[in-house]
Structures are given as C-alpha cells and as structure tokens.
Design a protein around this ligand. Structure first.
Ligand SMILES: [Zn+2]
Ligand SMILES: [Zn+2]
Length: 653
C-alpha cells in the first residue's frame, strides 16, 4: 500500500548531523506542518528505525539549479537535492502535493492545512526542476517596508519559498542615509530586517530597479563634478530623469563601475546587480554624448508613444548599452558568477542596434501597459504583438539570459483593483518559454498581494510546470485561500475571468467605455474595472460571500471571506467613482462645461470615503494605501484643476 503517515505512527524526520542550515530549516517547517495535519508533531533525529522522512543533499547533477527528488523506499521517504534550497522547495512541494496543504495565500490565513488521522502517500519517485530560471516578486516600493517589522514583506518572502519562487528584487535608496523615508528604504535597513528572512529560505538577491543615482549619487558628487550628470536644457542637472548621467564622461562611468564593484564586495550574497535608469524620461544633451548618437536620428529625450515602433530611441539605447557593458566587463572579471541587470522599457525597450551586450547581462523587458485580454504572442492585438516582436528581437540580439518585467498586479493605475489574467498567462507562457524567455520579475506590492494572488500563484506554478489547466490552478488557489468554502466564492473569479474573455472575444462591444478602449483590449484604466464587474455582479459576489460565511467551519475561513467582502466593497466604491470620473472627462472633452463640473465635483466627494475604507483595512495584504492613496488623491487634484479651468472658461464666456 506504499508509504503512509498517520497519527498512530508519526514518521521521524531524519536530518544528518552536519546538515546545512537550510536543510534544518526545511526539517523545522516539515515538523510544524505535519504536526498541524496529524495533531502530533514528528521528532527530528539523525536516524530512525520506523517510518521516516529523510532530508538530505544528493549529488545528482541532473537536478542542479534548485531541483529535487522525492522518493519512497520501504518505510522511508527521502527528499533530496543537490543544493540545500532544493530541499526547502522539495519539502514544501511534498506538503502540497502529497499531504494536501495549500500555501496559495499569505500565511497564516491564506493557507489550507488539512487535519487528518492518516495520509496515504503511496509509492513516490519524482524529480522536479524549475522550468524558468528567474521567478521573482519585487520589494521595491510601497511595501510599508520601512515600517518595521514589515510583516507583509516577510510573509511574501515566506510565500515565495513555499511556492518555489527564487529571486527577491530589492531597491535600496541612497539619499536617505541610514534611516528610511516615506515608502522607501536603505540598504542597511534591508539587510538588517529583511535579508535574514531571504537567507533563511535560500532565496536569491537581485539588487535592481531604478538605481542609476544609487551608483552615482548626486548628493555625493554633484557639487564637485556637475559634468558627470546630464546636461538638461543647457544646464548640468541632478534631476533623476532616466539616463540622468553624462555617459560619455569616462570618469563618471569609472566611478559608477567602482561603486558597483564596492557594493558587490560588501554583499557577496547578491546574484544580480542592476544598473537601471531612473524613472521618467531624459538623457544628456552634451556635445560629447551627442557624438555617440545615430546621426540620422532626431534628438529626442521623450516622452514618446513607446507602444509603437516609432517610439524606439536608438541613440538612448546605445548609450545605455555602452554603459551597461562597462559595468558587465568589470563585474565579470571580479565576480564571474554575478549577473548585471538591465532595463529594456519605454523608448529603450528594443535591443541596442549595434552594441552586442556582454553575456552576463540580464535585461528585463518591461511589458508596460500590456493588454490583459489577449495573450502575448505573434498574432495578438497590436500592443501585445509589438511586445512579442520586441522579445523576438532581443532573443536574436542577446546570447545571455532574458527575463520579463511583468505587471501581474494589473496596473489599474495602481488602485488594487482585480486584474484577472491568470488564464491568459497560462495560454501565453508556453510560447514565451519556447521563445527562450528565462522568467519574470513581477511588479507587486505587499499591500495588495491577495488581490493579485491568483496571478502570482499561477506564475509560480508556471515556473515549475509546463502543462497547466487554468481550472485546476484556480481550484488549488481557492482551496488555499478559502478552504471548505472555496466553491461558494468560486463564481466571483469565474465572473471576472468570464468578462475579461468577453472583451477578448467581442472587443469594444463588451465594455461600456468604448471611447477609452484601444482595439477592444484591456489595458485597464481604472474605470474599465466596471467592464469586469458591474453593480449587479458585485451584488452577486456579496451573495456568494454570505453563503460562504454561513457554511464556513473555521475562523480563518470566516476571516478570509470577510476580507474578500471588504475588497468587494472597495471595488464597488472605486468602480463607481471611476465611472463618474470617466464621464466627467468625456463631458469635459465635449466641452459640456456644466455637466463636467458637476461630475468632477461628484467624483471629488467620493474620494474621501474610499480613502477611509482603505485606511481601515490597510496592512492586511488585500489593498494598499501608499500608492493607492496617491492615485486617488492625484485624481482628486486633477478633477479640482479641471473644475478651475472649466469654470474660468465659463466666466470668460
Ligand atoms: Zn553628456
Ligand atoms: Zn489586446
């Protein structure tokens, strides 16, 4: 009958005496979760006579790169891997696949842990290794990270390990010295408070995202060397706009390179170090920099419509590629196993035309404002086909690793509204894998993790599996999140995905916002959420939750459904407000002044209730405050400015 574990004969967990820290960590996790399943904790020992689960390192080269093997032999089940982190991943997989746990939401409430007298494991002989090299979430902004203990960030790191993700992307800020400020954090802070959690689980570090000024901080150099920084409108400037340094200045480049090397010496644990332009648009206008540009290209710092082939800036891409190669060559010499991260986004999302990048460079290609209704592919809608073509160009131009920068947190102009693209992801990743894309870093924040949890979970699964069925992934996800009431709330996800598929199928006919929808796509201006769930749908969602609350058997299930209800209330407030905002802008465009003012005022009156609602539930991982608050406030300010402009116009008439 094969391997069975039961309360009557709880298996011992066997760990060699000299086991690595990570293997010990895995054994503690196994003990903790088996204890919860069986109601009786196993012991951890160095040898056992009876039934046992052995954790150990093996030398199977076939399994390198985080892979593992699970195998039964008589009374022993062995989880082994060539690297200690493989034992961690293998242990969580064992708990999921064979014991029945689901770690699909943030712990503890987002996890389903069955309680059983016994679990029949059967005969097992399985080897698994990742299908994608890079599987990561970002911890770069709006984490509430500086608000130690940064619980949500730590929960997400825990979640990543449980679901087989590996790269933690972090972005320290230079300018705050030793402390933190606003929603950013320093390197010291990250290594003190967050890194121990990363290390404990064997995850990898990717120091990445807008950081050009981290490597060449104007606070430190501008006074003495203004010529190291970009010439902007005829003046040297320390303004952080994209390629904001003078890349033709050899001294500036050399200083930057030395700073990167110094950082790596200080942090041998970093596996990828990015050299990434600052946010916004810009590059140096000086004569020396201009000499390096394509003579036939009109000088343009941006902004441009980058979702069209004409948006390519060949000169900027070349300058940036030359800079990255300088860093990459120096890094390769001293740190041969470290990769250099690079950004391919907006007007520099195309590969450089005539610079071959070093093979230790890992560009991330940002699928920025993609369409969520259509899969990325060669025959998709115009915007997604453009992204696909760019990826193809990259694969031709670059021999090294290539990853995506994905927005599975849905943009929604950062408003924590659902972006139900998991089913589209499952359709598009086989093609991306075939093309040779090595994974993705996912823009995401802890504050809204659960809203996009299914997307993150689906990506984690895609990192290890090729043939996924959306319905099965959804079932697993909902079981983890909602346990015994999963089927009660399932219609909510079915409706959201169903309506997204209607947009894919019927284009603009499936949305009330025809004026705003580009080719019947779903790029999600926040008002387009109403195309996924109108007020009647939201009423049905609530009915689902009420049924779930009645049927729930544990407190954690009730808490989960209550948080879902809180989210639905937020969706309702946000959807209604954005609908008004949309109609206001339409009236404004048509010059219907009185109507526009009335609608703008209506919108403004709805902002505070939204912020109040958010404020009551912030920090639980379902909806955010920092980014969201900014977005709502900014929309409110825009509405106020429009009222001013429109009413001034009215008086003048
Ligand atoms: Zn310059
Ligand atoms: Zn589309």
């Amino acid at each position: 009958m094969g391997f069975t574990i039961s309360r009557q004969s709880v298996p011992a967990i066997v760990v060699p005496q000299e086991a690595a820290e990570l293997v010990r960590f895995a054994s503690q996790e196994l003990k903790r979760y088996l204890g919860r399943v069986l109601g009786k904790e196993p012991i951890i020992t160095q040898s056992a006579d009876g039934p046992a689960i052995a954790l150990k390192i093996c030398k199977d080269t076939n399994l390198s790169q985080e892979g593992y093997e699970i195998r039964t032999d008589g009374q022993t089940l062995t989880i082994s891997a060539p690297e200690p982190v493989g034992v961690v991943f293998g242990t969580y997989y064992f708990l999921t696949q064979y014991v029945g746990c689901r770690f699909t939401g943030l712990a503890p409430d987002g996890e389903y842990i069955p309680q059983r007298e016994s679990v029949e494991i059967g005969d097992v002989a399985v080897q698994r290794k990742p299908k994608l090299w890079y599987r990561g979430l970002q911890f770069s902004k709006t984490e509430g990270l500086n608000d130690y203990p940064a619980e949500t960030a730590i929960k997400r790191i825990d979640w990543m390990a449980k679901n087989g993700m590996n790269f933690v992307l972090y972005t320290p800020k230079y300018q705050f010295g030793e402390g933190g400020a606003d929603r950013f954090y320093t390197d010291t802070w990250f290594f003190r408070h967050i890194y121990p959690e990363v290390r404990k689980r064997g995850l990898k570090l990717d120091m990445n995202h807008h950081n050009l000024f981290y490597w060449l901080p104007p606070e430190k150099y501008f006074k003495e060397h203004p010529e190291w920084y970009a010439l902007r409108n005829g003046k040297r400037s320390a303004y952080p706009a994209q390629l904001a340094i003078c890349t033709s200045n050899a001294q500036a480049v050399e200083t930057l390179v030395q700073n990167v090397l110094a950082y790596l010496r200080e942090h041998p644990e970093v596996e990828i170090v990015g050299v990434i332009p600052e946010d916004g648009w810009g590059m140096c206008e000086c004569e020396e920099c201009r000499k390096l540009d394509f003579p036939d290209e009109k000088f343009c710092v941006g902004p441009v419509d980058y979702r069209k082939p004409e948006g390519e800036n060949r000169s900027k891409a070349r300058r940036y590629a030359l800079l990255v190669n300088e860093v990459a060559r120096a890094v390769k010499k001293e740190f041969p196993s470290v990769y250099v991260g690079m950004a391919a986004y907006i007007d520099i999302q195309w590969p450089p035309r005539d610079v071959v990048l070093e093979d230790n460079v890992v560009p991330w290609v940002a699928i920025y404002w993609r369409c969520g209704a259509h899969p990325l592919g060669p025959h998709s809608c115009p915007v997604n086909t453009l992204f696909w073509d760019i990826l193809k160009e990259w694969k031709k131009a670059h021999v090294g690793r290539l990853i995506l920068y994905e927005y599975y947190m849905g943009m929604a102009t950062y408003r924590s509204l659902p972006f139900p693209v998991a089913e589209v992801m499952i359709r598009e990743w086989p093609g991306l894998k075939e093309l040779g894309v090595d994974g993705a870093t996912i823009q995401s924040t802890g504050e809204s993790h659960e809203t996009y949890g299914l997307n993150y979970y689906t990506f984690a699964r895609l990192g290890w599996e090729d043939n996924l069925e959306y319905e099965e992934v959804l079932d697993d996800y909902l079981l983890g999140m909602f346990g015994s009431v999963a089927s009660e709330v399932r219609p909510i996800w079915e409706t959201l995905v169903g309506n997204l598929q209607r947009i894919e199928k019927f284009g603009v006919r499936a949305t009330p916002y025809k004026e705003s929808v580009d080719e019947g796509c779903f790029t999600q201006n926040a008002w387009e959420f109403n195309a996924l769930a109108d007020s009647r749908a939201l009423e049905r969602f609530r009915a689902c939750c009420r049924r779930a609350l009645k049927k729930a058997v544990t407190d954690r299930e009730r808490r989960q459904v209550e948080m879902l209800l809180v989210s639905i209330r937020y969706w309702e407030l946000a959807g209604r407000a954005m609908d008004v905002y949309f109609r206001a802008t339409q009236a404004d465009k048509k010059d219907e002044k009185e109507k526009a003012v009335k609608l703008y005022k209506d919108f403004i009156s709805q902002v505070d209730p939204i912020l109040d609602h958010e404020a009551r539930f912030v920090g639980r991982g379902w909806m955010g405050l920092s980014n969201d608050t900014d977005q709502w406030r900014r929309s409110g300010e825009r509405a106020r400015r429009r009222i001013e402009v429109v009413t001034t116009g009215m008086k003048n008439v």
